[in-house]
Design a protein around this ligand. Sequence first.
Ligand code: SF4
Ligand code: SF4
Length: 224
Amino acid sequence: MKWQAENNGVKPPESKDLSMISFVMPITRNTKQDNAAAVDWPSERWAQTRLSGEIFSQTIVREIVTDLMSRGILAVSPDVTSMFNKKRYPNVGWASPWSHRHIAYAAGLGTFGMQDFLITEKGCAHRLGSFVVNLKLVPNRKRPEDIHAYCLHYQGRKCLKCATRCPVGAITAENAHDKEACYQKVAKSLKYCNKNYHLFIYGCGLCATGVPCESGIPKPLQTD
Ligand code: SF4
Ligand code: SF4
């Protein structure tokens, strides 16, 4: 926000005057069904959704930020600025310095599953977006204290369906989600998607489809 304010020749706002806006875009039923039927590589619809979905979410956020700015309200979406870059961190491997997922958790939109996807009221097969705005807004969701409140396994119930869906064993009861093993598999999917779908995109999402948390909070954990 400081960067945005300085670029626009105004004083950076104090953090107490900022709010985060986070939104969930559920993936369509047909795309989820196709990916749920896949066993090794993402389905074509899933790959296409990753490619077009990213373009769509960045476009919609740019439009909203531009509209707010034209009304004199400072706003910024860090992942569409030139400052944004993924990094390899010593303890967690590849990660993003701006995480739509963590912001969505902070906003009360969901909690994390064994596969690290965010399980929302519309499930974990989705795309997320977020941005910062110089407005004081009232939250419209309550964040569960337990960051795994909607995951069956973490709540002591039988599941681990995501682990059985992973083609490289990157999810285990002992170590949860091995980000590095996952990254290695997902990186290889670029070649597969290019060769089979003529799409220059990587992806997987097998552990987010064909699982009890795919399209909603699993029934036994729903509170209303
Ligand atoms: S499939 Fe089961 S164990 Fe895996 S994240 Fe979803 S609810 Fe949790
Ligand atoms: S996204 Fe990662 S953890 Fe999930 S199924 Fe694919 S390789 Fe496994």
